[in-house]
Design a protein around this ligand. Structure first.
Ligand SMILES: Nc1ncnc2c1ncn2[C@@H]1O[C@H](COP(=O)(O)OP(=O)(O)OP(=O)(O)O)[C@@H](O)[C@H]1O
Length: 679
């Protein structure tokens, strides 16, 4: 970033063309690249007293060599070398495997520092690391770098040392003095030196803090700049409608809205009535009632004589939303269209004509909505539900159908707020953080597969009470490979077990019509149990269902389990989620426990992130999370939040555009080609 260091590495004394080539193989071209090639971990060598080290522990000691090395070879390459070393007042044996080449250096009387595994009974240490001297301090921390095939960590350390020494204090300080003071952050040149060659744990911590903050601040400044200035000329349509009419519509709904629903509706209505294009993310935990929010907003848009499109990822969901909207709009004279892959050509033609003429104000559909031949008369609002499932391309093409329509993304995937900001930083976020009144907490139990019989007895009782149950089996196709329960088998087993119950089977390979029928009959209460793959994960709403049984639960992400669990507890009945799993590792056990303990989707998502990393929560490819050089959006989320606030303050203050001190930040912001989000 700093102009003076954008020179090639060959400018450093000691780095020739050959080395430069090797460095290039790991993406290092300039001095600046070298400076910012941060260690991904550190090795800590803390010299300890031999008497303080427990048997089997890995530790570092220093001592004097007492004997000549003794080497024994096995075959051509293998060797075991021992040497006696006086450490403190204990004579120990240092054991080196396959390092006979060190023989000449291990001279009697020399001081060495060794790191390895201590055997208290044999008084020996199996050595991993050796330094032929006493360390200058009792505490040394060595950086470990990501390296290529051609460059070793040792070489990298040397080259980076060259770069650090060459630039010295000349590194440009991008952060304003006031910020350094406020957060007690070291200056850039100190932080760079300490991150590569820490003088203590403490100074390493501060160096990292500083670099993380800087990285986040620069990122957030670009986001804010984008939000305030780039987006500003993007003037959307101002939808004019009567707030009273909307209030009356809300009055007519079959239930009264929660406070959160009211608040979120206000936020969205304000957006659509302003002439700034809306770009908003509505996050609501499972069952928080997002559909009705969408209905109210679409109603308002229809009052403004514009059309709305509600795009959902599956046909089942499209059907369901369509039915829900019909109940909400039952007393209105507003026609609603349903457009999915299984809409008949005749119906499709009719709907399309009506949409083009502007006779249909609300359209619900799957990706069938975005085909080229679908033309809107006056598309004013696009709502996409579960946006993670749509590719950017699909969304873009729907937006393109309107004259810059307002956009609302709805998601039940609980993205922790900080992540939401880093992913969708250029969006406003609304939160539905309240469940409708009268919901009882879902009771979650984790059981081992051996207890299945008892679980089935329990399900039987619930069905006798008039309730229904879901049974989820993961992945129909890959059952052999992954050794998962096969939905078809489970369906057959259950039919044998419960001959008097009607049991439906739902999976992705069924023809759409059949899927729809299966879902409909479960929805109407005609089937008692629905055996399904994860197709029902998103959005399915059958309030009478009170049991969610999940096989092989440890194969799912927590966020996904939470989604599945959210299919029950949607009415007034006490509901249960039963997780069948036999996780082997600690993490797996921990995950099942967390599911038992918490029902808060956001907390779960944070836990999931901690345990598995963001890629796994959102699916590696579609995670869309920006990559940072040193910062970690999960672990450093506080810094991310601080940086976001600071960035917003800076950008909105005139001083930012004038101050001499802020020139470097300003330059950074104005660089183009950094806005990769949804543009
Ligand atoms: N304020 C309310 N009072 C009572 N019931 C409500 C309220 N809001 C929504 N509901 C009902 O709660 C159920 C869940 O609502 P909805 O399907 O919109 O949830 P959602 O937020 O889309 O959840 P998910 O992401 O799990 O699908 C529906 O049956 C809906 O009619």
């Amino acid at each position: 970033m700093d102009a003076q260091f954008s020179q090639p590495v060959t400018q450093l004394k000691g780095i020739g063309e050959e080395t430069a080539k090797q460095l290039q193989s790991i993406g290092i071209k300039t001095i600046d690249d070298l400076l910012h090639h941060f260690p991904y971990r550190y090795e800590h060598f803390e010299v300890r007293k031999i008497t303080d080290i427990a048997h089997g522990e890995n530790a570092t000691v220093t001592g004097t060599i007492q004997t000549e090395p003794f080497v024994r070879y096995y075959g051509k390459k293998k060797s075991r070398m021992t040497v006696r070393v006086m450490v403190d007042t204990v004579l120990i044996t240092a054991v080196f495997f396959n390092r006979a080449f060190l023989r000449k250096q291990l001279r009697r009387g020399e001081t060495i520092t060794i790191t390895g595994k201590w055997d208290q009974y044999k008084l020996s240490m199996t050595v991993n690391e050796v330094q032929m001297k006493r360390p200058s301090k009792s505490n040394t921390i060595q950086p470990v770098y990501a390296r290529g095939k051609q460059v070793t960590v040792k070489q990298l350390r040397r080259y980076i040392r060259l770069a650090i020494d060459a630039v010295g204090e000349k590194v440009i300080e991008v952060l304003p003095e006031a910020y350094l003071k406020r957060y007690k952050l070291p200056k850039k040149h100190i932080a760079l030196r300490e991150i590569h060659f820490p003088s203590s744990k403490e100074s390493l911590k501060h160096a990292r803090r500083r670099l993380v903050y800087e990285e986040f601040l620069l990122y957030q400044l670009r986001m804010e700049w984008f939000k305030r200035y780039i987006r500003r000329p993007n003037i959307g349509r101002s939808h004019q409608f009567s707030y009273e009419a909307v209030a009356r519509f809300i009055e007519r709904l079959p239930f009264s809205l929660t406070k959160a629903q009211h608040r979120v509706i206000q936020e969205i209505l304000r957006d659509i009535s302003s002439n700034r294009k809306m770009n908003r993310l509505l996050q609501g935990d499972v069952g928080s009632g997002k559909t009705v929010v969408a209905a109210v907003v679409m109603y308002a848009v229809s009052l403004a004589k514009a059309q709305s499109a509600l795009m959902v990822p599956t046909e089942i969901l499209a059907e369901q939303h369509y039915h829900a909207l019909q109940t909400f709009f039952k007393e209105e004279k507003i026609e609603i269209a349903l457009l999915t892959g299984s809409t008949s050509p005749k119906e499709r033609k009719e709907w399309k004509e009506k949409m083009e003429k502007g006779e249909v104000m609300i359209v619900v559909g799957t990706h069938a909505l975005i085909q080229d031949d679908v033309i809107f008369n006056q598309l004013g609002l696009v709502i996409t539900d579960e946006q993670h499932r749509f590719g950017v391309e699909q969304r873009r093409s729907l937006h393109a159908k309107g004259n810059d329509p307002d956009v609302l993304f709805m998601t039940a995937t609980p993205i922790p707020r900080t992540l939401a900001i880093s992913v969708f930083g250029d969006m406003d976020v609304s939160l539905l953080d309240e469940l409708p009144a009268g919901r009882k907490p879902i009771q979650t139990y984790w059981v081992k597969p051996g207890l299945l019989e008892r679980v089935l007895v329990f399900i039987e009782k619930e069905i006798q009470k008039g309730r229904q149950a879901y049974v989820i089996c993961p992945l129909i196709e890959e059952s052999e490979v992954l050794d998962v329960q096969n939905a078809i088998d489970v369906h057959t087993q259950l039919q044998t077990h419960f001959p008097h119950f009607r049991i439906g089977l739902l999976h992705g390979q069924l023809p759409s019509k059949e899927k729809e029928q299966v879902m409909q009959s479960f929805s109407k209460g005609e089937t008692h149990i629905l055996v399904s793959t994860t197709v029902v994960e998103v959005g399915v709403n059958v309030p009478n269902a009170s049991v969610m049984l999940i096989y092989d639960a440890d194969r799912f992400g927590l966020a996904q389990l939470h989604q599945l669990r959210g299919r029950v507890g949607r009415g007034e009945h006490q509901s249960y989620c039963i997780l069948i799993a036999d996780p082997k590792g600690e993490t797996g056990i921990e995950r099942m426990r967390i599911m038992e303990e918490t029902e808060d989707g956001f907390l779960l998502a944070e836990k999931d992130l901690e345990l598995r990393g963001p890629g796994d929560v959102f699916g590696k490819k579609q995670s869309g999370l920006p990559e940072f050089r040193i910062a970690d959006v999960v672990h450093d989320h506080r810094a991310l939040e601080t940086a976001r606030k600071d960035a917003s303050q800076l950008i909105n203050n005139d001083v930012f555009w004038k101050s001499e001190e802020l020139i470097h930040l300003r330059r950074h912001v104005q660089k183009t080609g950094v806005l990769f989000h949804e543009k």
